[in-house]
Ligand binder design. Structure first.
Ligand code: GUN
Length: 286
């Protein structure tokens, strides 16, 4: 079974971007700038945001981190977004999810200028992904597709089964694979006979957020398995399937798998950096 090494590819993408950014900064006399907004002190979100900022700084992207208290009102958050939308120095805006329950996530995502929407979650970008080639693509699906392509996984005509229907991963992933000429099935918590469908997945993308829901018996022989899960079990990082209790049987059955850590996670960040640079270029190159 082949390990699809996202960490190595992400490193390569970052070094290429660093060179491009150095050139762009000289030419346009300013660095790309991302603003991250974090509301509250959820430890997982704080840790994700910290590694996003670190990666930006490593390759020459300016990154402002706006940390707001959990008690921040929706209007206060909307006011900050308005300021960032109107700031000519800010290329890209990322509001870390989830937001506290008293804030309506969809209102916030729709308030972001869709041209600065680095996560591709604004309805305009969601729509553009469905009908054209010039959407800003959500970072995790974009990173997964880059990894599959870099590893020469052929997609055209394949049956791709996606487990999970979130706006962040499952739905845009399905849309992207459709655009790549796969036949796509999307499964979710209400799906009847999940195993029947997963056994048909030549490419199986698992984005559930719970370990051990999918086992080796549910895989098609020779499947390419993408594990989006990041779960902490007894203090150890495990995927939704990678490093699960069934690991030996999975190794026998799958042709390839993304590891956790070192698979999809680093690719999400690499795609975020690519999106920031893409947006910056559209803004400076008129
Ligand atoms: N929370 C978990 N993953 C993400 C992501 O990719 N973007 C945002 N904005 N929030 C997240």
């Amino acid at each position: 079974m082949k390990i699809l090494n996202g960490a190595a590819l992400a490193k390569k993408i970052k070094s290429v971007l660093a060179i491009e950014i150095e050139y762009l900064v000289k030419k346009h006399e300013r660095a790309p700038k991302l603003c991250i907004v974090l509301v509250g002190d959820d430890p997982a979100s704080a840790s994700y945001v910290k590694s996003k900022k670190k990666s930006c700084n490593e390759i020459g992207i300016l990154c402002d981190l706006n940390i707001m208290p959990f008690s921040t009102s929706q209007d206060q958050l909307l006011a900050l977004i308005e300021t960032l939308n109107n700031d000519p120095e800010v290329d890209a805006i990322l509001v870390q999810l989830p937001l506290p329950k008293h804030i309506d996530q969809s209102v916030i995502l729709q308030a972001i200028d869709y041209k600065k929407d680095v996560d591709g979650l604004h309805p305009m970008n969601v729509g553009l992904l469905n009908i054209s080639n010039d959407a800003i693509i959500p970072c995790t699906p974009k990173g997964i597709l880059s990894l599959l392509k870099a590893e020469d996984v052929s997609i055209t005509g394949k049956h791709c089964v996606v487990i999970g229907r979130s706006n962040l991963v499952g739905k845009p992933m399905a849309q992207l694979m459709l655009r790549e000429n796969a036949s796509v099935t999307v499964c979710h918590s209400k799906t009847r006979d999940l195993a029947y469908l997963t056994r048909q997945g030549e490419i199986l993308i698992i984005a559930i957020g719970h370990p051990n829901l999918v086992n080796a018996d549910m895989l098609k022989e020779g499947a390419v398995v993408v594990d989006v899960g990041i779960n902490s079990v007894d203090g150890k990082l495990v995927g939704d399937i990678y490093n699960s209790i069934d690991v030996t049987n999975i190794e026998k059955k799958a042709a390839a798998i993304t590891p956790v850590p070192g698979g999809v996670g680093p690719m999400t960040i690499a795609s975020l950096l690519e999106n920031v640079v893409e947006i910056y270029k559209k803004r400076v190159i008129k």
